[in-house]
Design a binder for this molecule. Structure first.
Ligand code: UN1
Length: 499
């Protein structure tokens, strides 16, 4: 689709995409594709006040009715899937099928949240006192700020927003400054759902575009009950303490440094496919991307040989072409950081395969690279850092204990996996003495998680959980209720206090 037709299909009218101060460049060729208007930091109090007003109305709407809005959003996303997927490709550089996959993730979470809107269950608890009943009720919490990164420019908003809306919380979205267009397009799609829904309060889902001033207002305001932030650990270090200082609630999904252990019994054909997809997919720019390969010494050389061969044939180029598997990095800064990390890997004793700038057979102006494999003598400093690029560090191991120790010995704790056909190894990896990550898989790579599970991780990954399972509880406040239907007033713990 031509860019102008794409913009038209997503209602990206000239007033939205021109005349502003924020230039948007496509990573495909570096060309400027829009100039969008930024939200002034001075406007933030009004934005937050609108969200509070929306909250007062929305919390009274029955949850299944709130779910109806999310159902309509899912329908509108289905209708707009091709166009929004193509815009993700244009603005974030993801290959076509990953752009579409991202929108599919939005649709999936809408379906999940619609069902959830009738399942915001609380417990009934046995009271120790006669004639008493205890229960838990879950109530809307308040405005939820959603701060998202460039690499999943729209899906992360949807994981948060679909849940927040059914839970009764309005949303204020601050997307990455690198990807405001997909955010504007998503808001237009949401507007279609709102129009069909009819009577939602104004300001239920708002978009703010801008830099630190705008983010700061969301993070520090006592009127923003929840701050859900996805991005680097550095960003989380800035956001987390500020939210904590005002006793706000944060949901942090930060850096990952995800590993795969490949055991001697592994199905190597499957492992190779999983490794290539998870290390190279999205040009290594997922927070779940595979960054560390911990291979048993008996199969390590064979694995590296097979991977080097597979890496050698990867189609690198224009992400809009159906055959491309590796698109551009988000920008030249990301490319420079990748090359610097590889330089450091060499200095730390690594042998690097690939990892070069690619200029032939690719659109000029984009930051194209060949994915890198770096054979490392151990888990050196560079291996312990998250570099948002397709670099896979390879290390060897002798015993499973050693492999698990290596897997856990990094500051981050998002995703992990083991390839083995040995039941003892698989179960040990998943057990209390196994992987310390929020996601631990067997015979499947660390990336591409389904929305049905809770998504997030431990340690420097921030501890937040989004998406499926009972992640919805983070978007609501829990009240413990005790009801006395007897004619007496017994005190708990047998305390006597007769007056
Ligand atoms: C991210 O990179 O921020 O598991 C999220 C995955 C995707 C989400 C990644 N479902 O790879």
């Amino acid at each position: 689709m031509e860019t102008s037709a794409l913009f038209a299909a997503l209602d990206l009218t000239p007033d939205l995409i021109s005349g502003g101060t924020l230039a948007v460049h496509s990573p495909v060729d570096g060309a400027e594709i829009a100039r969008v208007t930024e939200t002034a930091a001075a406007d933030m109090p009004a934005v937050i006040a609108r969200s509070q007003a929306a909250f007062r109305a929305w919390r009274q709407v029955p949850a299944p009715r709130r779910g109806e809005l999310v159902r309509l959003l899912g329908e509108e996303l289905r209708a707009a899937k091709d166009a929004l997927g193509a815009l993700v490709t244009l603005e974030a550089g993801k290959i076509a099928s990953e752009g579409l996959g991202e929108v599919q993730e939005m649709i999936d979470i809408c379906d999940f949240a619609v069902g959830l809107s009738r399942q915001l269950y609380g417990l009934t608890i046995a009271s120790e006192r006669p004639g008493h009943r205890m229960m838990e009720t879950w109530h809307p919490m308040g405005p939820c700020a959603v701060i998202t990164a460039f690499n999943f420019p729209v899906a992360v908003w949807s994981w948060n927003t679909a849940l927040a809306l059914v839970c009764g919380d309005p949303v204020i979205w601050k997307p990455s400054e690198k990807t405001p267009l997909t955010a504007l397009a998503t808001m237009n799609i949401f507007a279609r759902a709102l129009a069909r829904f009819g009577d939602a309060p104004e300001g239920l889902a708002q978009l703010v575009i801008g830099g630190p001033g705008v983010g700061e207002a969301l993070v520090t305001s006592r009127d923003v009950a929840i701050v859900s932030a996805t991005g680097s650990t550095r960003m989380g270090r800035a956001v987390g303490p500020k939210v904590a200082e005002r006793f706000g609630r944060s949901i942090l999904e930060l850096g990952g440094n995800n590993a795969m252990i490949v055991a001697p019994s592994a199905d190597l054909d499957m492992a190779v496919r999983a490794i290539v997809f998870s290390a190279v997919g999205t040009a290594g720019q997922r927070c779940t991307s595979l960054r560390r390969l911990i291979a048993h010494n008996s199969i390590r050389a064979e694995l590296v040989e097979r991977l080097t061969k597979a890496y050698g044939t990867l189609p690198i180029g224009d992400p809009r072409h159906a055959t491309t598997l590796v698109g551009p990095l988000i920008d030249h800064g990301a490319r420079d950081r990748m090359l610097a990390a590889l330089e450091q890997a060499r200095a730390e004793g690594g042998t690097v395969h690939g990892g070069r700038t690619v200029t032939e057979g690719v659109p000029q102006g984009g930051a194209y690279v060949s994915p890198a494999l770096a054979e490392m003598p151990g888990q050196t400093a560079v291996v312990r850092e998250e570099t948002f690029a397709p670099i896979l560090y390879v290390m060897g191991y002798e015993t499973l204990d050693e492999a698990i120790a290596l897997q856990n010995d990094v500051p981050q704790g998002l995703s992990s996996c083991i390839f083995t056909l040995n039941l003892r190894e698989a179960e040990t990896f998943l057990s209390a003495v196994g992987s310390d990550c929020g996601i631990a898989n067997v015979n499947i790579g660390p990336s591409g998680a389904e929305i049905g599970g809770a998504f997030g991780g431990e340690k420097e990954t921030g501890g937040g959980r989004e998406s499926g399972s009972d992640a919805w509880k983070a978007y609501m406040r829990r009240a413990t209720n005790t009801v006395n239907y007897s004619a007496a007033l017994p005190l708990a713990q047998g305390v006597k206090f007769d007056i």
